[in-house]
Design a protein around this ligand. Structure first.
Ligand code: A2P
Ligand code: 11C
Length: 338
């Protein structure tokens, strides 16, 4: 009983976690197919106590698959997701390839589960920095509406993938041993540094990551009028993205009201006792599926302004967990046939 599941990019930082989260959450898996590049053929990953071989992704990979979770980059998704869908497989795609396609739902289960209803076999998982922000802002949007968001991110290297995790590790070791390890994944050293550069820069001067936060937020909230201005920064943290978020609301909410809304918001944990040095931290969010919010203040520089600090594990809620939650919702709503 259950579904025939595939994970594309199973050897990567996110794909690996998808396999773990499927197991942890006891997703109804009848069979599991692990796919990656030819480089990984021969490797195995453990799932429910068994070693599952990694196979090379090919055009025939999806014939016997009900649902595939993709996290092998946008070019792999562009080529293989439509192919999988044409063979009857439902795809939850973690790449940016289809997110802004009007025929593709872009879903955060706590925020816009209704968007799944009319799916056409490809469903997009939003960018990690967008997911945690909309989870935390959803109750404010519902209560009074959001006019404008100004966000600065502090993003961990795991967002770039396993090569970047290795690069930070090597540079830290190099620093301790007094020998410089030159950058290869990033344009500059990432150890003991901050790089205001995530994705390529576009003609308007913003980076791709910054524009993802603008466009995906509007699509998920189904509100094209929300103004978003983002600065996205890579920091020497392994797991967990942090965000400073200023939000200008359409009506008044006191800090106390915001706290109460967040306390009962699905997927949110309020950590806001600055007197006791308690606020969200990436080291504490690592390994967790919730979005942590704290440092909630009134922004005195604008009418109806609130400032907060939002942290989540980018590999879990920002990617793998959100994708598995989408799969769970598909099952629950009867939108997946086994
Ligand atoms: P592989 O390990 O065989 O290279 P990360 O985001 O952590 O860098 O991981 C990327 C994932 O995407 C890995 O599982 C990687 O497999 C997979 N991948 C990258 N390119 C391809 C490709 N052309 N075909 C299939 N899988 C790919
Ligand atoms: C990062 N947000 O932290 C990126 C990674 O569009 O899925 C994910 C890129 C994406 O580098």
């Amino acid at each position: 009983d259950g579904f025939r599941v595939a994970v594309v990019g199973a050897t990567g930082a996110v794909g690996n976690m998808m396999v773990r989260v499927l197991e942890e959450r006891n997703f109804p898996v009848k069979s599991l197919k692990l796919l990656a590049s030819a480089r990984s053929a021969g490797k195995t990953l453990s799932f429910r106590g068994e070693e599952v071989p990694v196979q090379e992704l090919t055009e025939d990979s999806f014939r016997d698959v009900d649902i595939a979770l993709f996290s092998a980059g946008a070019s792999v998704s562009r080529k293989f997701a439509p192919l999988a869908a044409s063979q009857g497989c439902v795809v939850v795609d973690n790449s940016s390839a289809f997110r802004m396609d009007p025929d593709v739902p872009l879903v955060v289960p706590e925020v816009n589960p209704q968007a799944l209803r009319n799916h056409k076999k490809i469903i997009a998982n939003p960018n990690c920095s967008t997911i945690q922000m909309v989870v935390a802002l959803k109750p404010l949007q519902d209560a009074v509406g959001i006019k404008r968001i100004v966000v600065t991110t502090f993003q961990s290297v795991s967002g770039t993938g396993k090569k970047a995790i290795f690069e930070l590790e090597q540079q830290v070791r190099g620093w301790v041993e007094g020998k410089a390890v030159p950058p290869s994944v990033y344009p500059h050293p990432i150890a003991f540094n901050c790089l205001p550069h995530i994705g390529s820069f576009l003609e308007n001067g913003f980076s791709e990551e910054e524009m993802k936060m603008v466009n995906e937020t509007r699509k998920i909230f189904e509100d094209p009028d929300i103004q978003v201005c983002a600065t996205t920064v890579r920091v020497p943290v392994f797991y967990g993205h942090s965000e400073s978020v200023n939000v200008e609301l359409k009506g008044l909410l006191t800090v106390e009201e915001v706290r109460r809304l967040l306390e009962k918001a699905p997927g949110v944990v309020l950590v806001d006792n600055p007197d006791r040095a308690e606020y969200p931290l990436p080291l504490n969010a690592e390994g967790r599926d919730e979005t942590f919010v704290g440092r909630i203040r009134k922004d005195p520089s604008v009418e109806n302004g609130i400032v907060m600090w939002i942290v989540a594990d980018n590999i879990r809620k920002g990617a793998a967990t959100n994708a598995v939650q989408i799969a769970e919702l598909l099952v629950k709503e009867g939108l997946l046939s086994g």
